[in-house]
Structure formats: C-alpha cells, structure tokens
Design a protein. Structure first.
Length: 166
C-alpha cells in the first residue's frame, strides 16, 4: 500500500494548523528505507494548551475524533477515522528521547505534495525502541540497525566518490 496520499494529507493538515510534530516509529523508519510495516502513524509533539487546541482542529480537518485511551496516565492522543481506519497517535513523551528540540534538530524534512513532514532520524528511532524494550520494538531492531548501516555506507560512498571527482 502506498501511504504517500495519506502522508500528504496529514502533512498539509499539520502545516495548515501550524502544529509542529515529528513522525516517529515504524512509519518514520519506513521512510528511511527500512522494510517494516505499521498500522498506526506515530508523532511526537509538545503538549501545550495551544497545541492541544491545534490537535483538536487537526482532527476536525481530517474528519477524525480524538481519543485518550489511557487517560489520565498517558500522554497519548489518538486520532481515528472510522471510514478508512486512519489512526494517528500523537505522543507527548517517548522512551529514549530526552528533548523534543534535539529530536527535531536531527530530523529529516520529507516533502509530500508540497508540505513537509519532520521525520525522526533512524538513530533516534532505534534508540527509542531499545529504551522502550517492548518485544515488538526489540523484534524490529535488527532490521532498523541494518538499514541504518546500509544508509551510512551509501552516504560514505557518495562522499568518497565526490571527493575523487573533485
């Protein structure tokens, strides 16, 4: 399944509402080239009164509803849409990540239909999954680490190739 149309819709809605959120988890890993799948799409965002208001507006824009399945003990806000099974999870905290700013600084910007999504760096995704320690996260680590290694080798090869040609 091509998730690009959905990611474009979400990226545009985030941009329009000026809600800064960073794509994390397996969806982010897949955009980095990892052969993984996911049912939901996870984001990290700052929990402020203004951002909660923006999140509610985002849900309206996407014709979705907001659920807090583990309220009040969790910082998870789940946007769901029954018509197509859309599930977007907005989290205020994730394991292994100490600051939103640091995650944002290392994130890549990937454009979908003219709207950018901030996508967590693969190293941060790996760090978070290790820190979470859940069996489903640990099961994906080998694949994610292999993808990171392959990407690093490719980038080093491109750097060496450009230096040789200079």
């Amino acid at each position: 399944m091509d998730a690009s149309p959905l990611l474009e819709q979400v990226a545009k809605a985030l941009r329009d509402r000026r809600l800064e959120a960073i794509l994390i988890g397996n969806a982010a890993a897949a955009l980095h080239g990892a052969p993984v799948t996911t049912i939901d799409i996870d984001f990290l965002f700052r929990k402020t009164p203004a951002n909660i208001k923006k999140l509610k507006q985002l849900a309206d824009d996407l014709h979705a509803v907001i659920l807090q399945p583990y309220y009040p003990s969790s910082g998870l806000y789940r946007l769901t849409r029954d018509e197509d099974g859309l599930q977007l999870d907005f989290m205020t905290v994730i394991d292994g990540v100490s600051s939103f700013e640091g995650l944002r600084r290392r994130a890549a910007r990937i454009s979908f239909g003219g709207a950018d999504l901030l996508v967590a760096a693969m190293a941060d995704i790996i760090k978070s999954k290790k820190a979470a320690g859940r069996p489903r996260d640990l099961a994906a680590l080998e694949i994610l680490e292999k993808t990171l290694d392959e990407t690093s080798r490719q980038q080093k090869g491109k750097t060496r190739g450009s230096k040789k040609g200079e």
